[in-house]
Design a binder for this molecule. Structure first.
Ligand SMILES: [Zn+2]
Length: 165
């Protein structure tokens, strides 16, 4: 971020106690902390919690987790419920925060949740947003998730946590 998002003045670095060097706008007399996006991704679990839904998206032939950006003014839990409804047509009955990771390529803080849905029905999938999707057992999901992806890191962590319970 080189310019103030309010007035367009070129930002300069200024020291802020307990924070270090932070971009500062002389015109607004305000510190401008770096801006990033926030998104959620989900291990979507079947009602029996024994299967995970993976999706293919954006024309790519690899399975990933359901995900979406958090809207301004929305809390992350509501984003999980909204995205599952919009993309899958399913209702979330339970959800838990799992782990967060900063994803530099899209300047996004990814919040990973696990959530349980009310049905295994895939008849209300959004064809605009999802190319294809399938329910997998936990073991199958670990084998089929896109290798080296952030989704894969979240899923692997989630599955190993289930095994240790
Ligand atoms: Zn300004």
């Amino acid at each position: 971020m080189k310019y103030c998002m309010e007035c367009g003045t070129k930002l300069e670095e200024r020291f802020l106690k307990n924070e270090g060097m932070v971009p500062y706008c002389k015109t607004c007399e305000a510190y401008r902390f770096p801006v990033f996006s926030t998104a959620v991704s989900m291990e979507v679990l079947s009602p029996g919690r024994d299967k995970i839904l993976l999706i293919k998206q954006y024309g790519k032939d690899r399975y990933i987790l359901v995900a979406g950006y958090v809207n301004k003014g929305e809390n992350a839990e509501d984003t999980v419920v909204r995205e599952v409804k919009e993309e899958l047509g399913l209702t979330v009955t339970d959800l838990h925060f799992e782990k967060s990771e900063y994803f530099a390529p899209s300047n996004t803080l990814m919040l990973n949740f696990s959530c349980v849905v009310d049905s295994e029905s895939l008849s209300h999938i959004s064809e605009e947003e999802i190319d294809s999707c399938r329910w997998f057992t936990l073991e199958e999901a670990a084998e089929n998730i896109a290798e080296g992806s952030l989704a894969g890191i979240f899923l692997t962590r989630f599955i190993s946590k289930q095994k240790s319970v």
